[in-house]
Design a protein around this ligand. Sequence first.
Ligand code: NAD
Ligand code: LMR
Length: 327
Amino acid sequence: MKKPIRVAVTGAAGNIGYALVFRIASGEMFGKDQPLILQLLEIPVEGPQKALKGVAMELEDCAFPLLQDMVLTGDANVAFKDANWCLLVGSKPRGPGMERADLLKDNGKIFIAQGQAIDAVAADDARVAVVGNPCNTNVMIAASQAKRLTADRFTAMVRLDENRGRALLARKAGVAIDEVSDLFIYGNHSPTMFADFTHAKIGGKAAAEVIGDEAWLKTEYLPAVGKRGAAVIEARGQSSAASAANALVDHVRDLTTVGQVHSAAVNSEGRYGFAEGVWAGMPVRTTAPGTYEVITGFEMDAFAKSKIALTNDELVGERETVKDMLG
Ligand code: NAD
Ligand code: LMR
């Protein structure tokens, strides 16, 4: 039997939290042979703490063999204590008509305090994955406050965008999802993201060739992927939750499975033209559990470069907005 790992989840009684924790406890994120202890954080006020207790009761009632213990708390220093994985979900979602960047002022400060707590108490091998929006910039804030851990330990989630982009290509081409490969998301988790259809494949062939409609790819497909979150909010009246939790399961499972190639927002060292120090979506390959390398071999054409420049400008602008929150 493996030694249990400690997995901290913030906002555990929220919409994503409720769709997420059961899947972690069932072994979908870290494997069916990996026992774990869930350390669940909610804001320290009566309603959310009571709701958190209810979530814990249901977790208990699932009798998951892998779930060895649970910690329920309103204190980040307790939640992140010795945590091997810190999943930062808790923060405000946007409503209809808002952009994710509108959340920066409110949500950014959450990641100052949580970055500091992670720095103080998390395990030496801690990995951090940020979902709370705007996630690329929130992860930068957290990482800047947690200097004990190197920047590569901090990732943000663009996997929902990759999954959306693959599903949309499969639907357009009339093929099964598994036929769509090599679709990677570059840049910000915002409408400026670039879902790189220029290197995507359908059934092993260039997606652009199979789709046969470059205008559709440029003017309909890209905006549809970029604005899918807003479309879900419009339809559901609430931001995506089950698909976001599913994407986080994919994100962490692939980051812990050697050889997996997938999109993640990682600290930029200047590759693909992203400014150094921002967190930008790009393709990564997992080289050891929790460790990855950026895949650098994709040649971008002028169109792709112009899209990447746009999303990079937005990331640099967001960094400027939060400069007072960076440690
Ligand atoms: P929600 O409001 O349903 O739940 C958020 C929970 O976080 C609440 O229970 C709240 O009490 C808690 N919370 C707030 N501040 C906290 C703090 N400082 N510490 C601990 N808990 C705290 O929202 P949701 O639908 O679960 O969404 C959560 C976040 O995820 C939002 O910012 C949303 O925009 C974002 N999101 C990101 C993606 C992505 O692809 N990156 C996808 C979907 C949603
Ligand atoms: C999403 O992409 O569904 C989330 O980031 C929620 C949102 O605000 O769009």
